[in-house]
Write a protein that binds this ligand. Structure first.
Ligand SMILES: [Zn+2]
Length: 330
C-alpha cells in the first residue's frame, strides 16, 4: 500500500480501484499471472466472497420508490496516524473533521431532519469523545464500525485483524452506549479472513463492497451468509475528487451533478442511493455546498417517493422483506 505522501489526493478512506485491490494478499496457490491459473484456482478466488441474490424490495417503507442512505466516515486524525508517521500539520488538518466538519454536517442534517450513519474508527471517537453526544442528540443517527485506527484490514493476518475489530467494537460500544450492527472496512476491501471475522462477531450488515447498486446477500464460497451488503461506490464518495492537491480534483459543484444523476437513475429504477462522505473533507465550507445541492435536488425531485434511512434501518428492512432470516453462523 502506498504512503499518503506519494498519493496526497487520498486524504480519506482507502485507495480506489485497482490500487485498493493490490493491497489484498493473494492466496499462495495463485500468486502467478491469471493466465497461468487453472479454472479451479479462478473459482476458489472468485467464489470466496461474492454477491448473492438481490435484496431490492418491491417497494421501500411508506410506498417509497427509492432509499437514500447518507453515511459519514468519521476518520479524522486516524488517517494521519495509521501509517505511523503523523505530522503536526497532518493531524491539525484532520482534526478539522471533528472540530468544524462534523458540527457543520450535523447542523445541515438537523435543518432537513435527515438520518445518517456514522462509521467511526474507535480511536477517532476516543480522541474527541464529545462527537458521540453530538451525533446522538437528534435521535436519528446510527453508529457503525470503521476499524480501530483505520487500519488497513485487508493487509493484516487473521489474529491482528480480529483483535483490532474486537477492540473497535468494545470501545465504540462503550463510548456511544450503543451496540453497532454494521461494518464498513477502513480500506473498502477484505482480507481473506474478513468475512469469517464479521460472521463470527455477529455483524448484521456490511457496507464496503461494490457488486451492485441494490442491497444484496453476501455469499461465502457459494453459500448464503445471511449478511446484508449495502454497496458503496467511488463515484459516490467525496474523498478521491475533492482534494484540491489531487491529480483528479473536480469542482464539488460538478460532483454534486454526478450524484444527482446517480439519484435520478436510482429513483427511476426503484433502487437505493448510498453516499459516503467524510467530515474532514465535506465539512469544509465550499464542499458542503455539494451535499446541500444534492439534498435540495432529492427533496425537490423525489419528494415523498424517497425513504431517508440509516444503513441499519435499510439492512433490517430488506432482511425482512426478502425473508432472509438471521445471519448464519459459518
Ligand atoms: Zn475511512
Amino acid at each position: 500500500m502506498m504512503h499518503r505522501r506519494a498519493l496526497p489526493f487520498l486524504a480519506a478512506c482507502a485507495l480506489p480501484g485497482a490500487l485498493g485491490a493490490q493491497a489484498q494478499p493473494v492466496p499462495q496457490t495463485t500468486a502467478k499471472p491469471g493466465w497461468q491459473w487453472t479454472m479451479d484456482s479462478v473459482n476458489t478466488v472468485v467464489q470466496a466472497v461474492r454477491a448473492g441474490r438481490s435484496l431490492r424490495p418491491a417497494q421501500w417503507p411508506n410506498g417509497a420508490k427509492v432509499a437514500v442512505l447518507l453515511s459519514f466516515d468519521v476518520d479524522n486524525e486516524t488517517v494521519a496516524i495509521r501509517y505511523g508517521e503523523p505530522t503536526v500539520g497532518s493531524l491539525a488538518e484532520m482534526q478539522y473533521g471533528a472540530r468544524v466538519g462534523l458540527p457543520r454536517i450535523l447542523r445541515l442534517l438537523d435543518r432537513h431532519r435527515l438520518p445518517a450513519t456514522f462509521f467511526i474508527p474507535s480511536v477517532s471517537l476516543a480522541l474527541t469523545p464529545s462527537m458521540a453526544d453530538a451525533i446522538k442528540a437528534s435521535g436519528r443517527h446510527e453508529f457503525g464500525i470503521h476499524g480501530w485506527i483505520h487500519e488497513l484490514n485487508s493487509t493484516l493476518p487473521d489474529s491482528a485483524e480480529r483483535a483490532l475489530l474486537k477492540k473497535a467494537v468494545a470501545e465504540l460500544t462503550a463510548l456511544t452506549g450503543r451496540t453497532p450492527t454494521g461494518y464498513r472496512a477502513p480500506s473498502w476491501n477484505f482480507s481473506p479472513n474478513t468475512l469469517d471475522i464479521l460472521r463470527d462477531m455477529g455483524f448484521r450488515y456490511e457496507s464496503s463492497l461494490m457488486a451492485d447498486d441494490d442491497p444484496y446477500e453476501l455469499l461465502q464460497r457459494g453459500a448464503p451468509t445471511g449478511l446484508v451488503e449495502l454497496p458503496v461506490q467511488w463515484i459516490l464518495d467525496d474523498a478521491p475528487l475533492f482534494d484540491p492537491r489531487g491529480e483528479r480534483y473536480m469542482n464539488p459543484r460538478d460532483i454534486a451533478r454526478v450524484w444527482m444523476d446517480e439519484f435520478d437513475r436510482a429513483l427511476a429504477e426503484g433502487s437505493m442511493f448510498v453516499l459516503t462522505l467524510h467530515p474532514h473533507v465535506s465539512g469544509h465550507r465550499s464542499r458542503i455546498v455539494a451535499l446541500e445541492q444534492l439534498i435540495a435536488h432529492i427533496k425537490a425531485t423525489g419528494g415523498t417517493r424517497v425513504w431517508w434511512a440509516t444503513h441499519g434501518e435499510a439492512a433490517e428492512y430488506v432482511r425482512k422483506a426478502a425473508r432472509l432470516g438471521e445471519p448464519r453462523p459459518r
